[in-house]
Design a protein around this ligand. Structure first.
Ligand code: NDP
Length: 282
């Protein structure tokens, strides 16, 4: 039987609606959640992402300011801006849009964001807290994956989860979050010996590889839940995930589509983290 669709567009809309209510509640207590987004240079994709984040903030009533800096901005100038934003009481979250120009040390920049404003969740201290199970901000895309599972009523406890990909922004954090929810987790990567055999073990399969339609139906266990994080544009302009949707759908019980699965969740979870940051300041 074909899998049920985990509709990220719909679930993201529900998350945003919830955030909007939380913003209203916080405002009634005199707290107006605020987010600063910093963009350095003129990367066209980054410009679109930043515009979308600003628009999403406006829609739910979060105060948002965008700092657009030229590509020639020095590292010290950028760090000075971040230190200023760290001190600004109007702002509860700070996000630096990646990638940064080559002459800027990304790690140093992210590490300068105050821990209580790191709503993207990428700083080493925040990641450390995630590892030890302490209070932290969940990185937005992995957080979105977990909310999708929750909304579908899937409890990871005791399940075998396989994550394909070990990046710091998706693979590793989603694996840690599944582990925290008591799944037994395997992380696969480019040196994994028999990827298909590993994937076939999964009750929950998360694909975050960046290779179009690499995971096919024959690699999926009957009844598995498939979360496809991948976003790949084919030469013909079509967007596809890391999972071959049609063949995977025949085996899975639930599956996220691309587009319209994990993608819309990422900004929704950024809004959620910003409100959470404001709440923690109460
Ligand atoms: P990275 O390129 O940083 O990581 C890819 C991972 O996949 C690496 O760990 C790599 O292994 C592994 N990998 C590559 N080839 C293979 C292979 N043949 N077999 C097994 N593992 C392999 O990608 P990201 O994590 O940043 O992104 C992954 C995908 O998710 C991309 O399509 C990206 O566009 C998408 N994405 C979507 C988001 C959303 O909002 N929906 C947000 C972020 C990303 P190794 O470490 O050994 O090199």
């Amino acid at each position: 039987m074909a899998a049920q669709i985990l509709d990220g567009k719909q679930i993201a809309a529900e998350v945003r609606e919830g955030v909007k209510k939380e913003v209203e509640e916080l405002k009634s207590k005199g707290i107006h959640p605020g987010l600063a987004v910093v963009l350095v240079g003129d990367n066209p994709a980054s410009q679109v992402y930043v515009r979308n984040k600003h628009k999403a903030c406006e829609e739910v009533g979060i105060y948002s300011e965008v700092h657009r800096l030229p590509g020639t901005t020095s590292q010290e100038e950028l760090l000075a801006l971040i230190r200023k934003l760290n001190e600004d009481p109007k702002l509860h979250g700070i996000l630096v849009q990646l990638p940064l120009p080559d002459h800027i040390d990304e790690k140093k920049v992210i590490d300068t964001i105050a821990l209580d404003k790191d709503v993207d969740g990428f700083s080493p201290s925040n990641v450390g807290n995630l590892v030890i199970g302490d209070k932290c901000f969940y990185p937005c895309t992995p957080y979105g994956c977990m909310v999708l599972l929750e909304k579908a009523g899937i409890d990871p406890k005791g399940k075998k989860a396989v994550v394909v990909g070990r990046s710091n922004i998706v693979g590793k954090p989603v694996a840690l979050m599944l582990l925290a929810r008591h799944a037994t987790v395997t992380i696969c990567h480019s040196r994994t010996k028999d990827l298909a055999a590993e994937c076939r073990q999964a009750d929950i399969l998360v694909a975050a590889v960046g290779k179009p339609e690499m995971i096919t139906g024959d690699m999926i266990k009957e009844g598995a839940v498939v979360i496809d994080v991948g976003i790949n544009r084919l030469d013909n302009g079509k967007l596809v995930g890391d999972v071959h949707f049609e063949s995977a759908r025949e085996k899975a019980s639930w599956i996220t589509p691309v587009p319209g699965g994990v993608g819309p969740m990422t900004i929704a979870m950024l809004l959620k983290n910003t409100v959470e940051a404001a709440r923690r300041r109460c």
